[in-house]
Design a binder for this molecule. Structure first.
Ligand SMILES: Nc1ncnc2c1ncn2[C@@H]1O[C@H](COP(=O)(O)OP(=O)(O)O)[C@@H](O)[C@H]1O
Ligand SMILES: [Mg+2]
Length: 297
């Protein structure tokens, strides 16, 4: 008697597991960035979204710390009068003799005068405090008022691999200065439906700055933040971003977790506060993805 073996093609076929991102694209394995033998020239990246509370400062601090872990020399420029990035790195904004305000407003103040080291090896900060809010008004009467930050950051290009500028939540003159100084813009986007509305206006502003002031300006990527994998809502928002902006949407998404506010209270990047937490892994992946795209040193 012969035995027949039926084989159901839908079952038990060993299929190679292809990891995918949240919109179903194959997720590349981003290699660890190659060590650098020397530093510079720096790429300047502005962290921009006119909406507040979307993760700009959190991304600036944690991407900066992750890039520093990979051996990059990183300068973080706090360009928000709220000074949250400075506080998040342990700087007391009330104690500052000099801040980014003096750097942009006073021609006698040089970058070296305002840079502070942080507890993270390879990560320095130009701090900000409420003084910066006056600059917005005072700059209006200046010659080349849109490019004072670009001029002030020029010496950083030789010493650092990446300069990350944490923008304030507006599209005013300070943000235009950051966009004029930058090689690229990273757009953190909260995974919430109304968040999409502002992106078109932001991109319009970026295009105006590119046309008039900074022809080489690129959009490095849109980074979904506060992603909640348990909700369909988060996934739908990211799918809409992919539909509208294609490959500008990064593969990396940052999950929503209380570890981020906890790390801010501790005034540490999550990579130091909770180094093995998924949030730290997400920012390390972001660093690797940006390096692989050529959007960071
Ligand atoms: N992925 C996240 N999950 C949970 N909370 C977050 C996340 N990213 C940022 N936060 C918190 O949300 C608040 C706003 O984030 P922040 O980075 O300061 O935004 P922005 O700079 O755009 O105003 C902060 O309290 C921060 O700790
Ligand atoms: Mg902020």
């Amino acid at each position: 008697m012969t035995q027949t073996v039926t084989y159901d093609a839908t079952l038990d076929i060993p299929r190679p597991e292809v990891p995918t991102d949240v919109v179903g694209r194959p997720l590349p394995e981003f290699a660890d960035p190659a060590p650098l033998a020397s530093h510079g020239p720096a790429r300047i990246v502005a962290m921009c979204n006119q909406k507040g509370g979307v993760g700009k400062t959190t991304t600036t601090i944690n991407l900066g710390a992750a890039l520093a872990e990979y051996g990059r020399r990183v300068l973080l420029v706090d360009f928000d009068p709220q000074g949250a990035a400075s506080v998040g790195l342990g700087v007391n904004p009330h104690d500052l003799e000099l801040s980014v305000y003096n750097l942009v407003m006073d021609r006698d103040v040089q970058l070296d005068d305002v840079v502070l080291p942080t507890a993270i090896d390879g990560l320095d900060v130009v701090p900000a405090n409420i003084d910066l809010s006056a600059a917005e008004v005072q700059l209006v009467g200046e010659v080349a008022r849109e490019s004072v930050l670009a001029r002030a950051l020029r010496p950083a290009l030789d010493d650092y691999d990446v300069v990350l500028v944490d923008c304030q939540p507006s599209l005013g003159l300070l943000t235009v200065n950051a966009l004029t100084a930058a090689h690229g813009v990273l757009i953190p986007l909260e995974c919430e439906f109304f968040a999409l509305r502002g992106v078109a206006l932001l991109i319009e502003t970026i295009e105006k700055v590119r046309d008039r002031l900074n022809p080489a300006l690129q959009i490095d990527g849109i980074l979904p933040t506060m992603y909640d994998s348990r909700t369909l809502h988060s996934r739908e928002v990211v799918a809409r971003v992919h539909e509208a902006f294609g490959e500008t949407l990064l593969h990396t998404v940052i999950g929503r977790t209380v570890k981020f506010p906890d790390a801010s209270v501790a005034a540490e990047p999550i990579t130091a506060y909770a180094p093995s937490h998924a949030g730290a892994a997400a920012y390390r992946q972001l660093a690797r993805e940006l390096v692989a795209r050529g959007d960071s040193a």
